[in-house]
Ligand binder design. Structure first.
Ligand code: SF4
Length: 322
């Protein structure tokens, strides 16, 4: 029986802007077991990164978590105040590889200094004590330890991303959230970074939430997949269930928009229209303005979440009707 590591229940994170309330994450639920990789996919602005920032409790203002539970190792993280969370959870138990390594590293410190800081702050080590750990981390992510003296601008994009991964793994957290870890990298470096994540996940038994808009990246590594649309999870299941037997019209359209290099050549699809404004999302199913299967009920009532096969959930009236 797999052991639960993280359970997100009915999580709601809203941004209170002068134009109105942006419901960026609006009642999502999922479970991640120990050692599992879950891919969280969807178009830009669907709430993927806000989900990550909610779990690591770094939602920027004017955002706020307004409802739900984030249960990690049996405890609801939302019951902790921010100081307790910082001391006990952030980086020690849950860490994050931030989007855009180019901007996430401090340009005026060497990467060695930046990595050493993790051990100095969280483990109370001196710099001299921290440096052997820094060299070990750099070798683990395939960087020559001599590069500890380099400044970020002296490294390639792929190396900077490796440094970010090293930083996230420094304290051996059981859960790492990787937010678009390969954005702005060329395809060869993308493949290297994904292989590195796979290797580290296998060797260290960590759980990963991989956030990306690129479904082909998730297919490489994920055990489970959650597809988000306009602040909600519309389909969730094992990678095989979602890739081989997609049930939600949005998931099907996303998969049909990826060119295939094997099997039958099929015509590529695109999804007409744009994701909705989350201040005033469409009533009923939020995907209805773009869905070619929409029915009257889709425009009026929110679809229920249906378990179409064990562990495979879909929020769509087509399945509720069946
Ligand atoms: Fe399409 Fe209706 Fe299903 Fe939404 S609920 S995806 S509009 S069929």
């Amino acid at each position: 029986m797999p052991e639960k590591l993280l359970e997100v229940r009915d999580l709601k994170t809203y941004f209170y802007t002068t134009k109105g309330v942006v419901k960026a994450v609006d009642g999502i639920s999922f479970t991640l077991n120990k050692g599992e990789v879950m891919g969280l996919a969807g178009e830009s602005g669907c709430g993927k990164s806000t989900t990550a920032y909610s779990i690591i409790r770094l939602v920027p203002p004017p955002g706020r978590i307004v409802g739900g539970k984030i249960i990690f190792e049996g405890k609801n993280l939302l019951d902790m105040d921010s100081e307790e969370y910082r001391r006990k959870i952030r980086w020690k138990k849950i860490s994050m590889v931030f989007q855009g390594a180019m901007n996430a590293l401090n340009p005026v410190y060497t990467i060695g200094d930046q990595l050493a800081e993790v051990f100095m702050i969280h483990r109370g080590m001196t710099k001299r004590e921290a440096m052997p750990h820094v060299y070990e981390l750099l070798s683990m992510v395939g960087i020559d330890p001599k590069r500890a003296k380099s400044y970020p601008h002296e490294l390639s994009g792929g190396m900077k991303q490796r440094v970010m991964i090293a930083m996230a793994l420094a304290l051996h957290p059981p859960l790492v959230i990787a937010d678009e870890p390969t954005t702005a990298l060329d395809v060869v470096v993308q493949a290297q970074i994904m292989n590195l994540l796979k290797k580290l996940q296998r060797e260290h038994g960590i759980s990963i939430i991989l956030i990306t808009h690129d479904l082909s990246l998730i297919a490489e590594i994920a055990d489970k997949v959650a597809i988000m649309y306009a602040g909600k999870i519309v389909e969730y299941g094992t990678a095989d269930q979602v890739y081989l037997n997609p049930q939600h019209p949005y998931t099907k359209a996303l998969l049909n928009s990826i060119p295939r290099i094997r099997g039958e050549i099929s015509k590529l699809e695109w999804i007409p229209g744009q994701p909705p404004d989350l201040i005033a999302p469409p009533p009923g199913c939020r995907f209805h303005p773009r869905c070619k299967f929409k029915m009257d009920i889709c425009m009026k009532e929110e679809p229920p979440v249906i378990e179409v096969e064990p562990g495979h959930y879909v929020a769509c009236w087509l399945h509720a009707k069946k």
